[in-house]
Design a protein. Sequence first.
Length: 613
Amino acid sequence: MSSPSGNRPDEPRSVNDVSPQTHWLFGGEVSEYPRCVTQRLVHWASETPSRTFLAEREGAQRAWRTLTFGEAMPCVARLAQALLDHGVSVERPLMVLSGNGIDHALLACAAMHVGIPYVPVSPSYALLSEDFAKLRHAVELVTPGMVFVDDEARFEAALAAIGDARMTCVATLPSQWALALETLAATPARAEVDEAHAGVTADSIAKLLFTSGSTGMPKAVINTHRMLCSNQAMLAQRLAFLSRRKPVLVDWLPWHHTFGGNTILGMTIHNGGSLYIDDGNPTAEGVRRTVANLREISPTFYCNVPKGFESLVEHLRDDDALRTSFFRDLEMMHFGGAVLPVHVRDALDAFGEQALGHPVPMLTGLGSTEACLAFCTEEASGTPGLIGRPVPGMSLKLVATDDKWEARLKGLNVTPGYWRDAQRTAEAFDDEGYYCTGDAMRFVDPDRPERGLIFDGRLSENFKLVTGTWVNVGILRLRLIEHFAPLVQDVVVVGEGRDALAGFVVLNVPACRQHLGDAAPSSLDALAHDGTLHQWFAQRLATHRQGQSSSMRLERLLLLDRPLSVDRGELTDKGSVNQRLVRERYTELAEYLYAEPPRDARVILPCQRTSAR
C-alpha cells in the first residue's frame, strides 16, 4: 500500500501530512507467527502436558471436566484421522451446530490440524428458528461433509430439516441415527494425519465464520490460518501481560463469533493458557452460573460485553467471596460489542481499589468477522468510544464519506473474501485491496494519531444495544410503520448503547385528525399530547412487543411535537427520514424518553394511561 506521497505509512503520522480526503495509520510490524493454529497446540502438549487446556461444567453436580494439553493432542490426532476417513474435506467441511464445549473444541482443532475448514454456526439457527431458513442457507452454501451436535435429541428437528445422505451426523449424546463422538475418538491415528498436517499452509482455510445476516442471509467469511495466527502474534505484542504468565480465562462468549472463537480460544492455544468455559451469560439466570464459576476460578484476563459486566457488578457489590476470587489474579479486563456505561466502569474501578488497592485496567478494541481483532487499546482510558490503534501488521485507511471517515483495513488478519461468493468479495474491497468495514472512525487528536481512534458509528443506520446485539433499523422501521398505521408517517428507532429500544414517532397528521374526528386539535404540538392518541399508541405498543426479541421490540414511544426539516437534513427531498441524523440531533429528547419515571408528557408506555394534557 502506498500513501499519496508514494511511501508506505509504516509509522503513525499527522493527518496533515496526507490527502485531506484520505488518512493512513499503520500499526507497525508484526512478529513471527505459527504456520497453522494447531502448531502451538503441539508445542504446549510437549512443553506443558499437565497444564489444563480446557474445562467445562458437566452433570447435575456441575463438576469441572478438565482436559490437559497432553490429553488434547492425541485426541485431536485420532479425531483428525476419523474426519479424513469419513471424507470430510475443504469442499465438504466440518459444521458444528452446538455451543462452546470441550468436544466442540477438539473437533475444531482436529479439522484445522489436517487442513479441513471448521464451520461453527449459531445454535439459534437450529434451536430457536421455526423455518430453519438461515441454517438451510448455511448448509447449502458450505455443503458440509459432517455435522456435529452435542445432543442429538435437542437438535432433532434441525437435523431433519437439513438431512443430507452425503452428510455424517456426529453427537456426543446420540439418540437415533447419529454416530457417537466416542466412536470417532477411538480411531487410531495413522501416518495420513501427519502428512495432511504437513500440507497445511498459512493460506489454508482454518474456519468459515458467518456474519450476522442483519441485511440479508449471512455470508461465510473465510478465516485462514494466517489470519488467526498472525492476529494472536499481534495481540501478544500489544498486550504485554500475556508474556508474564499464561492466561487463565473464564469466558462464555460464543465461538461462532470472532471474539469468542478467534480471540479467546485462540489466545488460550497460542499462549498455552487455560480456558474455563463459562456456561452462563448476561441474563438473570445465566449470570448466576457465571458468578458460581468466578467464585471458584480466578481469571487473569476477563472479557465480556457491557451487559455482562453490568450484570456481574450487581453481584460483586454484595458478594465478598466473589469479589475476592474475581480480583485475586486479575491483570486486565476487556469489553467490546457496545459502549460500557459509566456507572459500570466506576463500580469496577471501586471494587478493584477495594480488593487490590488499585483499579484493574479496562481495555477495549474493535474487530470484525472479516478482520479478527483489528484495534486495541494498550491502557485504561475513560474516553467514550475509544478503540485504540491498529494492531501491529494492520494498515488503516480512513476515507472521507459524507460527514464521516470510513475505515478500511489491510493486513495479515484480513479475510481474502467470502466463501463461494465472488461478487460480494469484490464489493467488499476497494481498488487498493482494503476491506471496507462500513464503520466510521475519527482520531482522538488529529495532530497526534498515535493516541488512537474513536469508533464513530456505522455508516449505515444499524446499531448495537448494550448487549452487543445488532438492531436492523431498516426492517424494524418498516414493521413499525405497518403496525402503527395509519397514524404514523415514520418512526425513528433509538437505543444505541442502551439495553432496550424506543422510538420517536413522526405523526401522520391528517390520519390522526381523521381518527380523532371533531375533537381533533389543530396543532402538531397538541396532537403529540392528546390523551386519546396516547391510549391508542399504548395499546398498539403492547401488541407490537408480544413475541419480539430485544432487537425488534420497542419499550416506549415519544410523539414528536414539531415537524422534521428538509433544510436541516432531517428529511430528504423525497420525505424519507434520516434516522442517524435525527438520533444525533435529538439526544436530549432521548434522555427524556428513557427517564425513570418518564418526565415528558409525550412519552408513551405499553397500555398505560399517561399524563397527557
